[in-house]
Structures are given as C-alpha cells and as structure tokens.
Write a protein that binds this ligand. Structure first.
Ligand SMILES: *[C@@H]1O[C@H](CO)[C@@H](O)[C@H](O)[C@H]1NC(C)=O
Ligand SMILES: *[C@@H]1O[C@H](CO)[C@@H](O)[C@H](O)[C@H]1NC(C)=O
Ligand SMILES: *[C@@H]1O[C@H](CO)[C@@H](O)[C@H](O)[C@H]1NC(C)=O
Ligand SMILES: *[C@@H]1O[C@H](CO)[C@@H](O)[C@H](O)[C@H]1NC(C)=O
Ligand SMILES: *[C@@H]1O[C@H](CO)[C@@H](O)[C@H](O)[C@H]1NC(C)=O
Ligand SMILES: *[C@@H]1O[C@H](CO)[C@@H](O)[C@H](O)[C@H]1NC(C)=O
Ligand SMILES: *[C@@H]1O[C@H](CO)[C@@H](O)[C@H](O)[C@H]1NC(C)=O
Ligand SMILES: *[C@@H]1O[C@H](CO)[C@@H](O)[C@H](O)[C@H]1NC(C)=O
Ligand SMILES: *[C@@H]1O[C@H](CO)[C@@H](O)[C@H](O)[C@H]1NC(C)=O
Length: 505
C-alpha cells in the first residue's frame, strides 16, 4: 500500500516529466562500461567501537562538534547483507567502498583485527555472490587516530611504510576478489587549506596547530609517495600471481573552473588553479605522462611560486611516482569561477595559486547547480592535457535536504544530465570507463549532515535505520536495466511494476 501511494505521488509530481525526456540508454555506452554507486566506511558502517575497531581522526572530528556523529551512521556493519540485496535489486554493476584502516589494523600498525578482517571478507563475498564488482578505496580520510597522535599522520614520512603495510594486508586478504583498488581518496582536497588545518592536525580539533604554508605540501608529497609505494607493492607481489589481474589508481577531487571574467589575468588564474588542484595529481600509466604521476615532478608553476616549501622528489622517487597508476579516479561536484589574485596573502596552500575560487551560479556545499558541461569540460581537459588515461568517475551526485520529500526529482535531473555528459565525452574519445553515483544511501555527511546524497533515504532517528527508496532509486534502477525513457516509465506506471517484488518498503 505504501508503495502504491508512493508511486501515485511520483506520478502526480514528476515535475520534470517531458521536460527532460531521456534520449539515451546505458546501452549507448561501450561494452564493459560500469555503472555503480558508492559509500565510504566511516559514513556507512557505524559500530565504531565494536569488535576491536579503534578511533580514526574522523571519529574524533565528528565528536569535536556539538552536532551529530557517525557512531552508528547507517549501521552498515550490521546491515550489510540487507544493503547488498538492495544493490542487487537495483541492478548495480559495481560498488565503491572503503576499508576502515582502524577496524582492520586498530593501531594503524601491528596486529590485524580478525573480526575486522572477517567483516570485510564477508562484505566483499556478499557483493561478489550478487554479481556486484567491488571497487575498493584503501584510505578514505579515516586515518587511525593512533598514527595521528604518534607522529602527526600524513606529515611524517613514517606514514609511507605504515600505509604500505596496511595495503599489503588488504591485497593479501582481499586480492583474489577485488580487481580495482584506489589508494587514497581526494589527496588534493585533503591538503586544501581548510582540511589541512582540520584533517591533518590533532583530530581536527586544534586549528592553531600546524603550518599551512608547508604542511599541506609535505602531506601531499607523502601521500603521493605512499600511493606509489603501494602501487609498486601490488605490481611486484600480487598482480602477477593473483587470479585477478587487478588495477591500482588514485582518486582526486576535480573541480571544474571557469574564468571569472574574460580578462587574460582571469584566464591565467584559471589555468594556475587547474595546475594546482589537478596537475598535482593527474595520473597516467604506460605512456609518458604528466606532472608528478605523469612527469615525476610538480608542475613548473607550482615550483616557481611555492619554491623551497615544495618538497623535492629524489630521482628514484620521481621514477616510482611517475608510473604508478593504472587509472585515475575522479570525484566531481562543483564548478567554480576563478579570478586572478595578483596580491595574495603570503605563502600558504590556498593563496599559492594566486587565484580566488568564487562560487559559480548558486552553488554552495549543499546546493549543486546543474552544470553537466563542467564534467564534460573536465573529461575533455584530461583527455587533451594528460594523455587520456582510463578514468573512473568515483563520485558524482547531488545533495538534497535530508528531510525533504522522497520524490527527489532534482537528483534524477542531475543524474540524467551528468550521465549524458559522460556519454558525450566517451563519444568524443575520453577513456572514461565507469560512473559511480554518490551515494547509494543517505550517509553520515561530515561537513553538512543535514544534506545527503542517497538514492535510499535512511531514517537516522530510527534505531533500525530503516531504508526507503527515493524516486531516484527507481530511476537509476530503470536506467541500469537498459531502458531509455525512465522518467516516462516511472510516471506511466500505475502499479508497483518497476520494483514489484524487489524493494521491501
Ligand atoms: C559548541 O557549543 C559551545 C557551547 O555552547 C560553543 O561555544 C561552540 O562554539 C560550539 N561549537 C561548534 C563547532 O558549534
Ligand atoms: C592547540 O595547540 C597549541 C599549540 O600546540 C596548544 O598550546 C594548545 O593547548 C592546543 N589547544 C587545544 C584545545 O588542544
Ligand atoms: C612555517 O614554516 C615556514 C618554513 O619553514 C616558516 O618560515 C614559518 O615561520 C612557519 N610558520 C609557522 C606559523 O610556524
Ligand atoms: C540560480 O538560481 C536562479 C533562481 O532560481 C536560476 O534562475 C538560475 O538559473 C540559477 N543559476 C544556475 C547557474 O543554475
Ligand atoms: C572532441 O575531441 C576533439 C579532438 O580531441 C577536440 O578537438 C574537440 O574540441 C572535442 N570536442 C568537444 C566538444 O569537447
Ligand atoms: C540540521 O537540522 C536540525 C534539525 O532540523 C537543526 O536543528 C540544525 O540546526 C541543522 N543544522 C545545520 C548545520 O543547519
Ligand atoms: C523515523 O523514525 C522515527 C522513530 O522510529 C519515527 O518516529 C519517524 O516517524 C521516522 N521518520 C520518517 C520520516 O519515517
Ligand atoms: C528490465 O528490462 C526487461 C526487458 O528489457 C524487462 O522485461 C524487465 O521488466 C525490466 N525490469 C525492470 C525492473 O525494469
Ligand atoms: C522517449 O520519449 C520521447 C518523448 O516522449 C519519445 O519521443 C521517444 O520516442 C521515446 N524513445 C523511446 C526509445 O521510446
């Protein structure tokens, strides 16, 4: 009954119906193109103090505010079977997930927690038996607090060895089932000024600590080296011997930027910002490649501006970093204006770009405009400037107020137009191979908990954390099934046909 009423509501209120009739289907994508959805360990699992898991810096941060925290989140730790079933029913090809380092190795280094190990083995097994390909991110911001306390986390080179050892456990234990590995999530954004102060220091709680003119660069440098060291380990020790000949990549947060005015200064500022945010991390494998991961060094413009504060790669490191990625993971949300900032504040990561980042249109953290051309521009830019590497879009999606209607027409409109943008790019030669919508269900969103990205609504006031499909879940499922006019299909169905026996509401 509930479902019936739900569908009637959809039929009556599909504001976009007709306005954006779908003119493509997933069958227009090349064979093997993967459509998935995503979440991260911390935002989904909960059970933060259960079965031997120790705190991570994001737990500490969440507890430092006065609002909600991720202690229970979606309770995915206990509900993983139910959730995999929902993914299966939706028709996902793949799921992007991450491993909580402090669940697997509670103190960051040392003994493996067997209960944590079993949890991830079970989860991955559950996905595989439902035909869902796991794309695993090793580090999604949740550094073990123990390592932060011991040596400051990413600002110390010791992290490289510890991260590589953590990755070794993951490759050894899950490597037979997992083909796609991303080492580190959003390293460029982690280093960004705000997060540099919050993420890198003392559980985010002490913003006066740390040196924003040097430490973001050091942390980034260490992330690149940790990534490279891990990728080498995989190639040397695992790639050849495992059943699955897998791939290792890195994931970066990619704004798209447009000049604030058509002045030459603003054009140049835009290029500088792209160099800083993207050039730092863009990856390629075999062919000769760009910037650290492509050229084995930072872009010249960064060397010039940042000077001695920018760490140097030794010859060996440069070589190691350069050939370290099989693919590039992209996280894309906002588009920004970029304006020349000719007299910047002196010398920190944010001002070294000599550019100001200005919100585009009505965009903010919680209000993401529909600008699909930005994703197309980004993919074309990477194609033309970074040797057209294989790309997986590992996050893209639109937030809505958590308590708003289950009829999330705006999210459908967003997915429809951004997936169309990906199709345009692929048709024009981009090597993009997968699209992962963020997020499968409403998660604990650290920066702005009242705005969530889920295809499924999660009732965080309910001890059972009940999941309910939003209209976008029905739309994505219809799209994944190869249907062309899903919006119309949805508005036309007068019976609970689309999800009939599948989704228990
Ligand atoms: C938390 O509450 C305290 C006391 O009410 C207040 O001083 C502080 O600014 C709040 N912190 C945040 C992050 O809102
Ligand atoms: C923040 O760090 C400074 C310098 O290390 C220290 O003096 C201060 O006590 C710290 N404050 C808190 C609240 O931890
Ligand atoms: C940050 O490091 C730079 C370079 O070592 C140094 O000149 C500067 O004084 C430091 N700033 C602070 C606040 O410690
Ligand atoms: C910003 O909001 C206004 C008013 O809702 C709308 O007309 C305009 O198209 C929006 N801008 C963008 C870039 O979406
Ligand atoms: C398509 O690719 C060609 C060749 O790389 C390029 O010149 C052209 O600008 C691209 N078109 C679009 C719309 O990006
Ligand atoms: C989030 O929503 C709750 C409940 O409506 C409200 O009390 C809180 O102030 C909101 N938080 C923010 C950051 O807007
Ligand atoms: C969420 O769960 C609480 C507690 O079970 C319940 O009172 C509330 O009505 C639910 N909210 C929604 C939107 O379903
Ligand atoms: C998927 O498509 C097939 C035919 O292409 C159709 O028979 C089936 O009902 C569809 N399933 C859903 C859930 O839309
Ligand atoms: C999709 O809907 C549009 C608008 O109703 C229609 O013109 C088109 O023929 C439909 N395409 C398919 C494949 O059914």
């Amino acid at each position: 009954m509930e479902l019936f009423l739900f569908l009637v509501t959809i039929c009556l209120s599909l504001a976009f119906s007709g306005k954006c009739s779908d003119d493509y289907s997933r069958n227009d994508f090349p064979e093997g193109f993967v459509f998935g959805s995503a979440f991260s360990a911390f935002q989904w699992e909960g059970a933060i103090a259960e079965d031997g898991r120790m705190p991570s810096i994001v737990d500490t941060f969440a507890h430092s505010g006065n609002g909600s925290n991720g202690d229970i989140a979606c309770d995915g730790y206990h509900k993983y079977k139910e959730d995999v079933r929902l993914m299966y029913d939706m028709g996902l090809d793949a799921l992007r997930l991450s491993i909580s380092w402090s669940r697997l190795i509670p103190n960051g280094r040392g003994p493996v927690n067997s209960k944590g190990l079993h949890f991830y083995k079970n989860l991955i097994h559950e996905l595989k038996t439902h035909g869902i390909e796991p794309h695993v991110t090793l580090h999604h911001n949740d550094l073990p607090q123990a390592l932060e306390d011991e040596y400051g986390g990413w600002i110390d080179r010791k992290i490289i060895g510890d991260f590589t050892a953590f990755a070794d456990v993951c490759f050894k234990e899950f490597g037979n089932a997992v083909k796609f590995w991303s080492t580190i999530n959003e390293p460029n954004i982690v280093a960004w000024a705000l997060l540099a102060t919050v993420l890198l220091h003392v559980g985010w709680s002490n913003c006066s600590k740390g040196n924003s003119s040097t430490e973001p660069y050091i942390a980034l440098h260490n992330m690149l080296l940790a990534h490279a060291s891990t990728a080498r380990l995989y190639k040397q020790k695992y790639k050849a011997s495992h059943k699955h000949n897998g791939f290792v990549g890195i994931t970066c947060f990619a704004f798209w930027m447009v000049p604030f005015t058509s002045s030459e200064e603003d054009e140049m500022a835009t290029q500088r910002a792209k160099d800083f945010l993207l050039g730092w991390f863009v990856v390629h494998n075999y062919l000769e490649v760009l910037h650290p991961l492509m050229f084995g060094d930072y872009p010249n413009v960064m060397r010039r501006i940042v000077g001695k504060r920018l760490p140097k790669f030794s010859e060996e490191e440069s070589y190691l970093v350069k050939d370290s990625s099989d693919f590039l993971g992209l996280i894309h949300y906002p588009t920004t204006y970029t304006a020349d900032l000719s007299s910047p504040r002196q010398g920190d990561y944010a001002s070294d770009m000599h550019a100001s980042i200005i919100p585009f249109g009505n965009s903010s953290l919680v209000n993401v405009d529909l600008l699909p051309w930005s994703l197309e521009g980004l993919l074309e830019y990477i194609k033309q400037n970074y040797g057209n590497p294989p790309i997986y879009i590992l996050e893209n999606g639109r937030p809505t107020n958590h308590q708003s209607s289950l009829n999330d027409a705006g999210r459908i409109e967003y997915l429809h137009s951004y997936i169309a943008a990906v199709l345009n790019s692929v048709r024009n030669g981009s090597e993009t191979r997968g699209y992962f919508q963020w997020s499968f269900m409403d998660l604990f969103e650290l920066m702005e908990p009242n705005y969530t990205y889920g295809l499924y609504y999660v009732n965080f006031s309910d001890p059972e954390r009940k999941r309910s499909p939003k209209t976008s879940a029905l739309w994505y499922s219809c799209f994944l099934n190869g249907t062309t006019n899903c919006s119309e299909e949805l508005s036309a169905s007068s019976s609970p046909g689309l999800f009939s026996e599948k989704v228990p509401i």
